[in-house]
Design a protein around this ligand. Structure first.
Ligand code: SAM
Length: 258
């Protein structure tokens, strides 16, 4: 695929702002973190890779997990502030390579990476076409792309739309409050998974497996139920609710279309 066929996005340096220290975001979100780990392990079980790349991997929250499944792991992240935090967070893992890089301009040769992961980045990409084209270019023919989507079509939203007699939008939905919809605020969109699947197909990729993730994400439930119980139920619900895209986060295991 020609690297220059799609328009590149502007520099993704939003997380250089000191008010977006992503390490703090995860305080009190152990359930969500563990729910994502369950999904990734389910997708990667029994597989091993030569080179795994965590695109937009932040400070490397999930890179150590990836290193259980790959000989080499690269944290590819466009924010220098995130990489600075990573230096400390990953100090016991010097083998995890850290590179300043953006998803629409991956510094990897064609067909050279056999696992690409992109978690919690889609909500910053209202139009992911250039990123998907780049990922398809860098992925080996038999490689895997593990993608998380901030899912607008989740159960609660579907119910709300049904009660109002409205159809779910197919376009990404800006979920920022009106005062934050400015050019300097980080874009924050939720996607309709069916649209994303079409966008992936356009880039020559097809979905092999789906998981519905963070199905019990609710402050009330998190207070009422022990985390072990939440995660036991979550593990059962991830495949069970996958086809209905119930959870607020959808995980996709993707391959190149043959
Ligand atoms: C919400 S954080 C998620 C970090 C990490 N994936 C995780 O789940 O812990 C979003 C990350 O995406 C990165 N990002 C934003 N736009 C990006 C782009 N166009 N290409 C690559 N990464 C991007 C940000 O710098 C930030 O580190």
């Amino acid at each position: 695929m020609n690297k220059n066929t799609t328009t590149k996005h502007k520099k993704a340096d939003q997380y250089n702002d000191p008010k977006h220290n992503y390490l703090h975001y995860w305080e009190g979100r152990d359930y969500e973190n563990s729910a994502e780990v369950i999904a990734i392990k389910s997708f990667l079980k029994g597989k091993h890779f030569a080179h795994a790349v965590d695109i937009g991997g932040g400070y490397g929250r999930l890179c150590v997990l990836l290193s259980e499944y790959a000989d080499k792991v690269t944290l590819a992240e466009p924010s220098q502030q995130q990489l600075d935090i990573a230096k400390d967070f990953l100090q016991d893992y010097p083998q995890i390579e850290q590179k300043l890089m953006q998803a629409d301009d991956l510094q990897f040769a064609d067909k050279s990476v056999d696992l690409i992961m992109m978690i919690r980045v889609m909500h910053h990409l209202p139009d992911p076409a250039p990123e998907f084209a780049e990922i398809a270019r860098a992925l080996t023919d038999d490689g895997y792309f593990l993608l998380e989507i901030a899912n607008y079509a989740h159960g609660v939203n579907r119910l709300k739309h049904a009660l109002r007699g409205k159809r779910l939008p197919v376009e990404p939905v800006d979920i920022r409050s009106p005062e934050h919809r400015t050019d300097d605020e980080i874009a924050f969109v939720n996607h309709n998974p069916k649209t994303v699947i079409k966008q992936l197909a356009h880039a020559g990729m097809k979905v092999e497996r789906v998981l519905s993730v963070s199905n019990l994400r609710s402050p009330g439930l998190k207070k009422a139920l022990p985390e072990g119980v939440m995660l036991g139920v979550e593990k059962i619900l991830q495949p069970t609710l996958a086809r209905t895209y119930f959870g607020p986060s959808t995980f996709l295991l993707i391959r190149k279309a043959s």
